[in-house]
Design a protein around this ligand. Structure first.
Ligand SMILES: [Cu+2]
Length: 120
């Protein structure tokens, strides 16, 4: 009986961890209706990794790369001809505009670092 309770608790805990790190994080997007959205490249991720912007309006994405991994050097945006090199610890402004609502990824060169732009 104790074993069962322990097992069930462990499963619930795992579910909570999965929810917290993947599902909950995926749902919230940082709103950037106008102006500048600051994105930091740290420890293998973009932070924030989900940004909501309005369709047809240019928003400045300010990337600061604090992650020395060579892989993080380039950021590119799906569906746009935007591809930029990010120097270490130096903010780089990119003007991003999507005309069609949808979800677009921004990634490093190899697609390992991954963020999303939610356009509506
Ligand atoms: Cu990469």
């Amino acid at each position: 009986m104790i074993t069962l309770i322990v097992n069930i608790s462990a499963l619930l805990l795992m579910a909570a961890v999965i929810w917290w790190f993947w599902l909950a994080g995926k749902r919230k997007a940082v709103q950037a209706s106008d102006g500048v959205i600051e994105i930091h490249v740290v420890n293998g991720v973009y932070s924030p990794d989900r940004v909501a912007i309005p369709a047809g309006k240019a928003v400045t994405f300010r990337f600061t790369r604090e992650d020395p991994t060579p892989c993080a050097e380039i950021v590119k945006f799906d569906g746009l001809s935007v591809s930029r090199e990010l120097p270490l610890n130096k903010p780089v402004d990119l003007s991003i505009r999507y005309d069609e609502p949808g979800e677009y990824a921004f990634t490093c060169q190899m697609g390992m670092y991954r963020g999303h732009v939610v356009v509506s």
